[in-house]
Design a protein around this ligand. Structure first.
Ligand SMILES: Cc1cc2nc3c(=O)[nH]c(=O)nc-3n(C[C@H](O)[C@H](O)[C@H](O)COP(=O)(O)O)c2cc1C
Length: 155
C-alpha cells in the first residue's frame, strides 16, 4: 500500500479528542486519544485504540477500567498536555485538577462529557491494542466537544 494515498485518505477521517485515563496501584495517568468509538448499543460499549508503547497501555489493562473524557472546545491545551508527554516520565496530573470515578479512573474538570467504563475485552490490532469498555456511568454538560484538527498538534 503506497503511503501517500493512504495518509491522504486517513486525513479525511473525522475524530473527536478524548483524554482516556486509568488508575492502578495508586497511580493515575491519562493520554490523549482520537481513536475512540462507540461499538454497541446494548450493552453500551466503547472502544479505544492505545499504542503498545504508551504508559497508559498496561495501566488500563491492569486497572480493568478506564475513563473517556470528551474534551470541550476550550480544552486544546489539555489535549496537548496529555498527548505530548508520557506518564512514564512525568505526573501529568500534578497540576491538573481531577476527581475519581467509581472505577477509580480519573475524570477531568470542565469537559463536554465523560464516561466511566469497565474493561470487558481487549485485542491486539497491529501496534495498538483495542480496549473495549462497558459504560457504567456517563455524564454530559452543555459544552461543545473539541474536534480533531492535525494542525493543532503537528504544526
Ligand atoms: C490529538 C492526539 C490524538 C492522539 N490519539 C492517540 C490514540 O488514539 N491512541 C494512542 O495510543 N495515542 C494517541 N495519541 C498519542 C498519545 O496521547 C501520546 O503518545 C501520550 O504521550 C501517551 O501518554 P502515556 O505514555 O502517558 O500513556 C494522540 C496524541 C494526540 C496529541
Amino acid at each position: 500500500m503506497a503511503k501517500e494515498p493512504l495518509a491522504s485518505a486517513f486525513g479525511k477521517f473525522t475524530y473527536g479528542v478524548y483524554v482516556v485515563g486509568a488508575r492502578h496501584g495508586g497511580r493515575a495517568n491519562a493520554l490523549t486519544c482520537a481513536w475512540v468509538m462507540r461499538v454497541s448499543h446494548r450493552p453500551p460499549l466503547v472502544a479505544v485504540a492505545v499504542g503498545e508503547t504508551r504508559f497508559s497501555h498496561d495501566l488500563i489493562a491492569e486497572a480493568g477500567a478506564f475513563s473517556v473524557n470528551v474534551l470541550a472546545r476550550d480544552q486544546l491545551e489539555l489535549a496537548r498536555h496529555f498527548g505530548s508527554k508520557s506518564g512514564r516520565d512525568v505526573d501529568k496530573f500534578a497540576e491538573v485538577p481531577y476527581r475519581t470515578a467509581a472505577t477509580g479512573a480519573p475524570i477531568l474538570e470542565g469537559v463536554a462529557a465523560w464516561l466511566d467504563c469497565r474493561l470487558v475485552g481487549s485485542f491486539p490490532a497491529g501496534d495498538h491494542t483495542v480496549f473495549v469498555g462497558e459504560v457504567v456511568k456517563a455524564w454530559a454538560g452543555d459544552k461543545e466537544p473539541l474536534r480533531y484538527d492535525p494542525r493543532d498538534y503537528w504544526g
